[in-house]
Design a protein around this ligand. Structure first.
Ligand code: UDP
Ligand code: MG
Length: 329
């Protein structure tokens, strides 16, 4: 998905910008050293940039933490966050985003299924003025037919019913400008579907295409249950459609019942009307649930792309501290 290119960098000021890379890890002892080697090789070559790598250990039960502390002992650019238990991929990524200090922050999986080499292109696009650079998957090697098919269907279904535009075939391999990270970090919600939240912020986005590679070692940590949970959260977070299904069914049913009655010139049995009325009443409750959901989630009603202060000086875009939902209202 792409929008008009913004005219200026949001956060890359003069001097050498800092690029952070956030890597969520859950039981990744088999791959983590190789991943760090490859990531570092790419990051060292970024022209005129400083970098840091923030590894988030999401409650690993294997030797991941020991390997990470060993890496931090030899590489001053490594920062570590360890969660108390396994909270899941999305909370781990958010923890990393909140910890990262970069002007731009890249999020990438620990298992090298997403090629770190693409980060150089992402940074280039960011320096050209894009606040969000997403990596779009054009193929998925080494993944089961079940996973590729369900992903294909889910992303298209979500795009069709979402309240705001959402990316298709994009995971959490992307670059975010500091303004976007600041905005995400301030959202108070805990039912996370970050790729939807990024689209919701509305910052201009461009995408790069890549083929997803097989895992070099270890097994997927996204169990069927975790995948189903992510899809459910995505659907409920990005779309009002599920809550509106009863109203649509009820009104259609009542319309059909009324038309059939008119054509036959006699009223249909009471049960036919009752079903339609019940569905419409459920639809009314659905509207209230949507309202409560929006209020409880506490997202602000708008996000600022650019401001100028007195004298035309730039003021940070996105949400700024103290400007969470309550005060932005
Ligand atoms: N991950 C995590 N917590 C979890 C599950 C996964 O931090 O509960 C991390 C995992 O270590 C990896 C990334 O999230 O870096 C994606 O997980 P995985 O590769 O298992 O998912 P898949 O690519 O198979 O969808
Ligand atoms: Mg993976």
């Amino acid at each position: 998905m792409s929008a008009t290119r913004p005219s200026a960098h949001l956060s890359a000021g003069a001097g050498r910008p800092l690029v952070s890379v956030v890597v969520p890890c859950f039981d990744e002892e088999a791959v983590i050293r190789g991943t760090h080697r490859r990531l570092s090789a790419v990051l060292r070559r970024l022209p005129e940039c400083e970098y840091e790598v923030v590894y988030v250990d999401d409650g690993s039960r294997d030797g991941t933490w020991d390997r990470l502390t060993a890496l931090a002992g030899t590489d001053a650019r490594v920062r570590l966050v360890r969660l108390t238990r396994n909270f899941g991929h999305q909370p781990a990524v958010l923890a990393g985003l909140r910890e990262a200090a970069g002007d731009a922050v890249v999020t990438i999986d620990a298992d090298l299924q997403d090629p770190p080499e693409l980060i150089a292109d992402m940074v280039e696009r960011w320096r050209a003025g894009w606040p969000v650079v997403t990596a779009r998957r054009t193929g998925r090697q080494g993944e089961s037919r079940f996973k590729t098919t369900t992903a294909l269907v889910f992303y298209r279904l979500l795009a069709a019913v979402a309240d705001h535009p959402v990316g298709v075939d994009t995971g959490d391999f992307r670059l975010l400008d500091r303004a976007v990270v600041r905005t995400l970090a301030l959202l108070p919600e805990c039912e996370l579907y970050l790729r939807g939240s990024v689209c919701w912020t509305g910052f201009p986005e461009t995408s790069l295409e890549y083929g997803r590679l097989p895992r070099p070692a270890g097994r997927t940590k996204y169990t069927l249950r975790k995948m189903a949970g992510l899809s459910r959260r995505g659907l409920l977070a990005c779309s009002s459609a599920p809550a509106r299904v009863p109203a649509v069914v009820g009104l259609t049913w009542l319309g059909g019942t009324a038309m059939t009655s008119a054509v036959r010139r006699r009223p249909l049995p009471l049960a036919a009307w009752t079903f339609g009325c019940e569905a419409v009443l459920l639809g009314v409750l659905g509207e209230y649930l949507l309202l409560v959901h929006r209020e409880v989630r506490g997202r602000p009603p708008y996000v600022v792309l650019q401001r100028t202060g007195a004298g035309g000086g730039a003021v940070p875009a996105g949400l700024v501290t103290g400007e969470t939902a309550g005060s932005a209202r």
